[in-house]
Design a protein around this ligand. Structure first.
Ligand code: PLP
Length: 422
């Protein structure tokens, strides 16, 4: 079955509004996706009918709220094909998930049985040059705290492999000294889908932990943590048509069970005395304080929604859009794609540059036509440095994107060029 895009669009109330008197053309889903009515209703209904704090109350609302929150954990576990619901940790977003790991690892020397996570001089942490800052800065900070060395797999900035990892560097950079390999599945700045299996296999061969930033993968392709074989996978709710304020960290249970806590506080403890504290088992050890209850419940509704559409169909729809958009954009003179220019191993996020026009001007003029795109370094500044550009314009698609909207983008880009040619 293929995706019925017109039916999908009807599920998203915001898509019927206008911007500057023109129909909204929302091409900024890689930044944050719009929400279907089912997600909006799930969060509103939870507040209207079932709200209470979780885990603490014996009253009816408390148990309804706890059931809804823990039910969302079940849904996310099924979505990822995780072996156990106890491997799902709710965080504020993926940034918080990645920081959780980096800070937990640096607490290893003070936590009994956590020696395996200890880093020090001589150890190395590997990322790629196309990381979002949230999968780069936490590891730089971890290296600063521990004396470990920060390394990266470079990308091609031009040529036929533009926007792809330098594959020969995978084996050179990931070595016996590597302790952690943390990398992005699909780049938010380039659209590249990385050779995930190859990187994980190399990391495993040298005994390194693997962490996958699936922020741009979870909304667009089927994700199966068991098939993937990584140790940790994280994503963020608001890009998966869910609410902001909630993200997910999945980890292998035996690793989570050995990991030190990051944040201390309520709900993450087993027992507390003035002499010391023992900690809860995962996932609660990593969920200190009142969690993002309503947001997790609504994320459960988002997971139901995309699962109902079918992740394979979503991927197919977006592959077709990507091929269409790459062809159409490349008919525009003086426009260059920043990233892979063919649809192979690529997601539906396309960055481009227009000769002589700053990306911010492009985005502003497109907005006058009702077209929402992002301009900037997309929190992946090293990518812009590699390409020698200050910023790019980025159009990103989702389940509700149509080829007519891509036509509108191309017409809008041509209008931008006319304005600047005057
Ligand atoms: C690949 C990737 N990783 C991480 C993030 C950070 O997401 P959040 O701000 O929700 O933590 C983003 C957001 O753009 C992203 O695209």
């Amino acid at each position: 079955m293929t995706l019925d895009v017109e039916a999908v669009r009807k599920d998203f109330p915001i898509l019927s509004r206008e911007v500057h008197g023109k129909p909204l053309v929302y091409l900024d889903s890689a930044n944050s996706a719009q929400k279907p009515q089912a997600v909006i209703d799930a969060e509103a209904d939870f507040y209207a009918q079932h709200y209470a704090n979780v885990a603490r109350a014996v009253h009816t609302l408390g148990s309804e709220a706890t059931n809804a929150f823990e039910g969302a954990r079940d849904k996310v576990a099924a979505f990822l094909n995780a072996p156990s619901r106890d491997e799902i940790i709710f965080t504020a977003n993926i940034t918080a998930a990645l920081n959780l790991l980096a800070y937990s690892f640096s607490n290893a020397s003070t936590f009994p049985g956590a020696d395996q996570f200890r880093l020090g001089p001589g150890d190395e942490v590997v990322v790629t040059e196309m990381e979002h800052h949230s999968n780069l800065v936490p590891w730089q900070l971890l290296c600063q705290r521990t004396g470990a060395t920060f390394r990266w797999i470079p990308i091609h900035g031009d040529g036929p492999n533009s926007g792809r990892l330098v594959e020969s560097a995978i084996d050179e950079v990931i070595t016996e000294r590597t302790k952690i390999v943390s990398f992005v599945y699909q780049s938010n700045a380039l659209g590249t889908i990385n050779p995930v299996e190859r990187i994980i296999a190399r990391a495993k061969a040298v005994g390194a932990y693997t962490i996958v930033d699936a922020a741009q993968a979870a909304p667009h392709l089927p994700l199966d943590v068991q098939a993937l074989g990584a140790d940790f996978v994280a994503f963020t709710g608001h890009k998966l048509y869910g609410p902001s304020g909630v993200g997910v960290l999945w980890g292998r249970y035996e690793l989570l069970a050995a990991m030190p806590p990051f944040l201390g506080g309520g709900e993450m403890i087993e027992t507390v005395s003035m002499q010391g504290t023992t900690y809860a088992e995962p996932p609660h050890r990593f969920e200190a304080g009142t969690p993002m209850i309503a947001q997790a419940v609504a994320l459960g509704a988002a997971v139901d929604y995309v699962t109902g559409l079918g992740m394979h169909d979503i991927r197919e729809h977006e592959q077709a859009l990507t091929a269409y958009a790459l062809d159409a954009l490349q008919t525009v003179p003086d426009l260059s794609i920043i990233g892979p220019s063919t649809p192979v191993d690529r997601g539906a996020t396309i960055s481009f540059a227009i000769k002589g026009v700053h990306p911010h001007d492009v985005a502003q003029l497109l907005d006058e036509d009702g077209i929402a795109v992002r301009a900037g370094h997309h929190c992946a500044r090293p990518v812009c440095v590699r390409y020698g550009v200050p910023a790019t314009t980025r159009a990103s698609f989702g389940i509700y994107t149509t080829t007519a909207e891509i036509d509108a983008l191309v017409a809008g880009v041509r209008r931008v060029q006319e304005v600047f040619a005057r």
